[in-house]
Write a new protein. Structure first.
Lengths: 109, 113
């Protein structure tokens, strides 16, 4: 089983749609969780950290479910500019960050 | 401006010709690492360093070397590149501790023929 698993997609949605991605992780001792965004052939950049209480940043909401070991990202009112690959990231042993393969989102006009 | 820089950005080389990809960060971060990214495999860590003169293997270290003589620099060395090392490489840095944002360099696209 992979340490961090994501559905690679692609998710094709129309502008204005709400879309949600899930990610599962295997290490129950993980303490830090993130979503990174990666545009085609560019470097990943932090989108948001994921806190136990959940957090929201504009149209983006992240949730953590420790009991089921998954985190989610919800994007409301999708924009064309949201098209990218979204990487789920979890800290592993020795502080290493473990990246999922990413979920590709394509927002269509 | 806080950043991680990598050079070169693109490189085409031949099998067996030693090469070095440089990485430098200006944020005084303790932790630096190298990743390779391949289609369907995601980001895989090659090597990491928690501080000067402290380096350790990641998940895919074979065929690579690194050094950390200064805090800001973390070069990746391919002593004898092979075609299976054709990939997109990213250098990254962050503070130690589990909550810090990790900053990535712009990437180096390497092709080994």
């Amino acid at each position: 089983r992979k340490e961090v698993e994501q559905d690679p997609g692609p998710f094709n949605v129309p502008e204005g749609a709400t879309v949600a991605f899930n990610c599962t992780y295997s290490n129950s001792a993980s303490q830090s969780f993130f979503w990174y965004r990666q545009d085609c052939r560019k470097e990943p950049k932090l989108l948001m950290s994921v806190y136990s209480s959940g957090n929201e940043d504009g149209r983006f909401t992240a949730q953590l479910n420790r009991a089921s070991q998954y985190i989610s990202l919800l994007i409301r009112d999708s924009k064309l500019s949201d098209s990218a690959t979204y990487l789920c990231v979890v800290n592993g042993d020795t502080g290493k960050l473990i990246f999922g393969q990413g979920t590709t989102l394509q927002v269509k006009p | 401006e806080a950043q991680v820089t990598q050079n070169p950005r693109y490189l085409i080389t031949v099998t067996g010709k030693k090469l070095t990809v440089t990485c430098s960060q200006n944020m005084n971060h303790e932790y630096m690492s190298w990743y390779r990214q391949d289609p369907g495999l995601g980001l895989r860590q090659i090597y990491y360093s928690m501080n000067v003169e402290v380096t350790d293997k990641g998940d895919v270290p074979e065929g690579y070397k690194v050094s950390r003589k200064e805090k800001r620099n973390f070069p990746l060395i391919l002593e004898s590149p092979s075609p299976n090392q054709t990939s997109l490489y990213f250098c990254a840095s962050r503070n130690l501790g589990m909550t810090g944002e990790q900053y990535f360099g712009p990437g180096t696209r390497l092709t080994v023929t």
